[in-house]
Design a protein around this ligand. Structure first.
Ligand SMILES: Nc1nc2c(ncn2[C@@H]2O[C@H](COP(=O)(O)OP(=O)(O)OP(=O)(O)O)[C@@H](O)[C@H]2O)c(=O)[nH]1
Ligand SMILES: [Zn+2]
Length: 344
């Protein structure tokens, strides 16, 4: 366990949070960050504070009014009761496994999302694109990290494919086992920065984390030779300090839930990543066009004249379907406007 002598800035305290605290509140409350969530308890750290307290709020609210890893809480200095959760910069969540009506909070206040994929069979443009949609939805800065660059014969090929998705996208190619290579990610892991990782099993997340932390405390397991797939060996569920000083000092949120995130309630993220397709659908003759055999379908027309890539359109269809199913699981019922028919 880290010593309790961290400053608020080192814990990730920013004007976004301090602006939410009134002078009157600061007299009797102090801000603390949630390092881990256990049943009914949260491990917290603040200035001179490193302890566990009850996670129960004075005034219970909606399903998201519970402390998540990464949250900033205002705590009563005397009683150590949680007064309130400060507004979040962002929140990762998913339907509770086994109970679709409940929401599981995965992590809050993440600055950078590393989308990790390897330069081998695991590489999939569709998967990266799905993670990009998620990043947009959650409002977190994405960085695509291509691992195992030392094993690839032509790593530029993978880089080119990612750049083709979004030209302005930040992409780094690393050998996760080599500290000097992983140092490319240092700026994103600097003091006070909070990062999270997404990526399939075996792509090298744990390896990269261990190199970033300068230790091998997170279990990694050799990938099966035949199919290049890894096994689930990761068991960590909290925030971890990354290397200190010039090598980092930031925080890593690593929970199994984070790694397995699916799309839900991501309609605005989808619309942003695929804004070109959304724009086309608005030009179809029928507002409820399925972009199949309807006359005057702008999507079909764009695919015919080559301005829309059919594979990209397929990916949009699949992600939209996945998003609809998962959102249905997470909300009892949304009133979706059922207006349809011919455009005027
Ligand atoms: N050569 C090389 N091997 C790597 C690299 N990154 C990871 N590996 C190896 O790939 C295997 C799987 O890496 P892990 O770090 O366990 O993968 P993971 O993504 O954490 O997998 P899960 O824990 O299942 O989610 C290990 O044998 C690593 O040593 C890399 O950049 N280059
Ligand atoms: Zn259409």
């Amino acid at each position: 366990m880290e010593a309790s002598n961290l400053t608020l800035a080192e814990l990730g305290w920013r004007p976004f949070f301090s602006n939410q605290v009134s002078a009157e509140e600061s007299r009797w409350c102090c801000p603390v960050r949630v390092m881990a969530v256990h049943r009914g308890m949260v491990a917290i750290q603040g200035e001179g504070i490193d302890t566990s307290i009850s996670s129960v709020l004075a005034t219970p609210g909606g399903p998201e009014d519970r402390p998540a890893v990464g949250d900033w809480l205002l705590v009563d200095r005397e009683s150590q009761d949680v007064v309130r959760i400060l507004d979040r910069k962002n929140l990762f969540k998913r339907p509770q496994p086994g109970d679709d009506r409940r929401v599981q909070l995965i992590a809050a206040n993440v600055d950078t999302l590393f989308i990790v994929t390897s330069c081998n069979q695991d590489f999939s443009v569709a998967r990266i694109e799905r993670y990009l949609v998620l990043a947009r939805e959650v409002r977190v800065h994405p960085v695509v990290v291509l691992t195992k660059v030392d094993l690839a014969e032509a790593p530029e090929r993978f880089l080119g494919a990612v750049r083709g998705l979004q030209p302005e996208l930040e992409v780094e190619m690393i050998n996760g086992r080599d500290p000097s290579s992983v140092a490319r990610l240092a700026a994103r892991c600097a003091i006070g920065e909070t990062v999270a990782l997404l990526g399939s099993s075996g792509v090298g997340k744990s390896t990269m984390i261990n190199t970033l932390r300068g230790s091998d405390s997170i279990a990694t397991q050799a990938v099966r030779e035949a199919d290049g797939k890894g096994r689930h060996t990761t068991t960590v569920r909290e925030m971890h300090r990354l290397g200190r000083g010039a090598n980092g000092g930031g925080w890593l949120v690593d929970t199994p839930g984070m790694r397995e995130l699916q799309l839900s309630e991501a309609s605005s993220g989808l619309a942003e990543v695929f804004d070109d397709i959304v724009a086309l659908t608005l030009r179809c003759r029928f507002t409820n066009c399925t972009h199949g055999a309807e006359p005057e379908c702008a999507v079909q027309a764009a695919m015919l004249d080559g301005s829309l890539d059919a594979a990209r359109y397929e990916r949009w269809c699949r992600l939209t379907a996945e998003e609809t199913v998962n959102t249905g699981k997470m909300t009892t019922r949304h009133n979706r406007p059922g207006k349809s028919g011919r455009r005027n």
